[in-house]
Design a binder for this molecule. Structure first.
Ligand code: ALA
Length: 499
């Protein structure tokens, strides 16, 4: 039963032709869309969490996570160019292994996109709070800028930004894509400025000890910093709004990931080499490091700050902090401002990706059809946008950034595995279907994707690892309780609806 109800590719392409969405985006728009969703909280904030887990060896963690995303992107590119319709991994799974697993992927993508949106909103909040202090001298109460798991009550700035971005998306894609393009350019400029100032100031002595937490620390940091790379697949969710998607999809996916990987490695090197280094904080008398985002680490950081020190791993606005230590306070404030202005574009892409996946699932009958309704004036799926915005706002209000990122990673890793399996199945099942982009060395590349994703998943903290099976179990109850009966593909198979 688990491999039942495979949706034919021709049928998928046919239903996309009557979608109501408009094809407006070109290759450059897609690369900007990709970079817009990839560069965000991961590099601007989670660099310090990666340092807390792996120390200077986080460089290796960045490389591992980049390789896993690189091979996954090669698989995505083949499917996105063959099946240029909204829905990304969900749609590909529907066409390869069938409805139950497609539902599971769609359900897992809620973790990827919605929870990632929340993580970025919390990352934004850190920069916002820092900027308020730097420019206006205003310090917001701790209880109102941290959720309960990070020693506060509610993260108000994160809630605020989630709601603003939801409103922006309701107005429509074109306006949002244009704003996104400007912000991406500013964001890249800020990272380049960081690299230009931090790399020459690097001190190689700070790279020792290189692996203070051993191999376990490196894989743990890779599983978390994986978050910094996700989002490139959001490009594929925009397929139905793209001109000439067969050509532009692979360019958008691989191009955006390449640009980001190069920038990340340089930023990571600069962060390790700066005068204070990137060594983790150990619990006194043990060889265990504090868990990033935990109340214990928060308290230890406050105690250290009270005596006038502030290690990298305690900073909520990592890159700006490094520049301050390097003696560039104005550039640091500028970078903080850029992060504050540009991270919302990442939230925007996450909500955008999520709404389009809900939209396609509703169009397939797996979610109530009202969700696929398009707003008459704005031409956007307004109901799903509100629902997604609501989920993101609540999660951002309550949880710390690292936990949200880890949870998001667990769903993403599952989706990547299904895409890698899907690409191989389709090679065997439909070898003659035109493939504008072919994944090179498909078996080793898909195999590496699966092994890499499973390896990263088992390296996640235990609570993040547990969220995924629990979330999937809830998903299965909804599938067998509602979606299986309501599915259009199912109705065609039963003969209740003509094909
Ligand atoms: N990769 C995106 C970020 O780091 C989700 O914010």
């Amino acid at each position: 039963m688990i491999f039942s109800r495979v949706k034919s590719l021709d049928r998928i392409l046919e239903s996309a032709r009557h979608n109501g969405l408009q094809g407006k985006l070109g290759a450059i728009d897609l690369i900007l869309l990709g970079i817009g969703s990839v560069i965000g909280t991961g590099i601007f904030v989670l660099t310090s969490e990666a340092a807390q887990k792996a120390g200077p060896a986080m460089m290796i963690s960045f490389v591992i996570a980049g390789i896993v995303c690189g091979v996954a992107a090669l698989c995505y590119a083949e499917l996105a160019s063959m099946v240029p319709v909204s829905g990304s991994a969900y749609t590909y799974t529907y066409a390869t292994v069938g409805e139950p697993l497609a539902w599971m992927v769609g359900w897992a993508l809620v973790l990827e996109y919605a929870i990632a949106g929340s993580a970025v909103a919390v990352g934004w909040s850190g920069y916002f709070v820092g900027q308020l202090q730097q420019w206006l001298g205003i310090t917001l109460p701790e209880a109102l800028v941290n959720g309960p798991y990070a020693g506060g009550f509610v993260n108000l700035p994160a809630m605020f930004i989630s709601l603003v971005v939801t409103g922006l998306l309701l107005i429509g894609t074109t306006e949002s894509a244009r704003v996104n393009a400007v912000l991406v350019i500013v964001k890249i400029a800020a990272l380049l400025l960081f690299i230009v100032l931090a790399i020459p100031a690097m001190n190689s002595a700070n790279f020792h000890p290189f692996m203070p937490t051993g191999l376990g620390g490196i894989t743990g940091a890779a599983a978390s910093i994986f978050f910094a790379y996700i989002g490139f697949d959001a490009v594929s969710t925009a397929a139905e709004e793209t001109r000439d998607p067969q050509r532009t999809m692979p360019i958008g996916l691989i191009g955006s990931l390449l640009v980001c990987t190069v920038l990340y490695l340089l930023v990571a090197a600069g962060s390790i080499g700066f005068p204070l280094g990137a060594q983790p904080l150990f619990m006194p008398g043990t060889d265990h490091v504090y868990i990033p985002g935990s109340i214990e680490l928060h308290e230890r950081c406050q105690a250290i700050a009270a005596v006038g020190k502030n290690p990298l791993v305690c900073s909520n606005e990592t890159l700006a902090y490094i520049l301050r230590v390097l003696g560039h306070p104005h550039v640091a404030n500028l970078l903080g401002l850029v992060a504050m202005l540009s991270l919302p574009s990442v939230i925007l892409m996450m909500i955008y990706g999520q709404t389009r996946i809900f939209f396609v699932m509703a169009r397939d009958g797996l979610l109530p059809p009202a969700l696929a309704r398009i707003h008459p004036r704005w031409k956007t799926p307004h109901l799903v946008t509100w629902i997604t915005g609501g989920i993101i706002t609540v999660a951002a209000a309550l949880l710390p950034v690292g936990k949200l990122a880890d949870i998001s990673n667990s769903g993403t890793l599952f989706a990547f595995v299904m895409v890698a399996i899907g690409v191989v199945i389709l090679r065997y099942r439909e070898p003659d279907r035109p493939r504008p982009f072919r994944t090179p060395m498909v078996l080793p590349v898909a195999g590496l994707t699966v092994i890499g994703c499973v390896g990263l998943y088992v390296s996640l903290p235990r609570d993040a690892m547990l969220v995924f099976p629990i979330w999937s179990a809830i998903g299965l109850v909804i599938y067998f309780g509602y979606s299986r009966q309501a599915s259009l593909v199912g109705k065609v198979a039963d003969g209740t609806t003509p094909p």
